[in-house]
Design a protein around this ligand. Structure first.
Ligand code: ATP
Length: 240
């Protein structure tokens, strides 16, 4: 049996006349942290939306298999039940719920109350800011704090696959460092992750493997450490 958690084959997405994704292949294996890097507008977010089945079927061609099956037509709650968690660009926290309620929502498919309480305590230890503000509405948090909460909420569901869209976007350097520390720690615990990032250096430093996307196509793929050393990646994405 293959150890693919995610296998994308011949994926194409068009928005009317705009071809955003032009036939890509991508896979993420059990326990891997895979980075999908590329410039603004390369088609990375569109790829994630196609993976989660949240784009209208008429726009999408090709296949996406998550644990061997298609996710077409899935609603958000189906994804959580299938142990797939996504932290979207712009975070997507429940702004009118408290921080604590957001974390509880992340665990709604679980019924091990003691485990849920222990996980929340662990997240409060990881992100003390969230603990201090646990009864505050999530909408009042800063961008960085919302990113922490979104990631913690996603992980409360104990996902088999975590999709992260631009977790560093709009954050201060200190927050970016903290978020990447958590991504590396979560990966080290064995969670399979597909990380979409414009910060190619940080993403490849954290990842096992990487893909470069440019104008809707995958232009390069390989071991993340090799890609960090690749002169083409250095020139185009690492500013070296
Ligand atoms: P960014 O980092 O800026 O989010 P990206 O690599 O995630 O970039 P996408 O957001 O997937 O890129 O966009 C790919 C292309 O598809 C872009 O040219 C974008 O303008 C276009 N596009 C994205 N969403 C839509 C939409 N709903 N309707 C029309 N065009 C879209």
């Amino acid at each position: 049996m293959s150890d693919n958690v995610l296998k994308v084959s011949g994926l194409k997405v068009a928005y009317g006349g705009i071809k955003a994704v032009k036939g890509i292949d991508l896979e993420v294996n059990q326990g891997e942290l895979v980075a999908l890097i590329g410039a603004n507008g390369a088609g990375k977010t569109t790829t994630l939306k196609a993976i989660t089945g949240t784009l209208p079927a008429c726009k999408v061609e090709g296949t996406v298999a998550y644990k061997g099956a298609s996710l077409k037509g899935s609603q958000s709650f189906h994804l959580v039940e299938k142990k797939l968690a996504m932290v979207p660009e712009g975070r997507g926290v429940f702004t009118r719920m408290t921080i604590h309620e957001n974390l509880m929502m992340g665990a709604y498919t679980r019924n091990d109350q003691a485990g849920i309480d222990a996980d929340i305590a662990t997240w409060y230890e990881t992100f003390p800011r969230l603990k201090e503000r646990s009864s505050q509405l999530a909408g009042t948090l800063s961008g960085g704090e919302q990113q922490m909460l979104a990631m913690a909420r996603a992980l409360m569901s104990h996902p088999d696959l975590l999709l992260l869209d631009e977790p560093s976007m709009g954050l201060s350097p200190i927050m970016v460092e903290k978020i990447f520390e958590v991504i590396r720690a979560v990966s080290a615990q064995g969670v399979t992750i597909l990380l979409v990032e414009q910060n190619a250096k940080l993403a490849l430093q954290a990842a096992h493997r990487g893909y470069v996307m440019d104008s809707g196509v995958i232009t390069m793929t390989g071991n993340a450490a090799d890609m960090l050393d690749d002169p083409r990646v250095k020139a185009a994405y690492l500013g070296e």
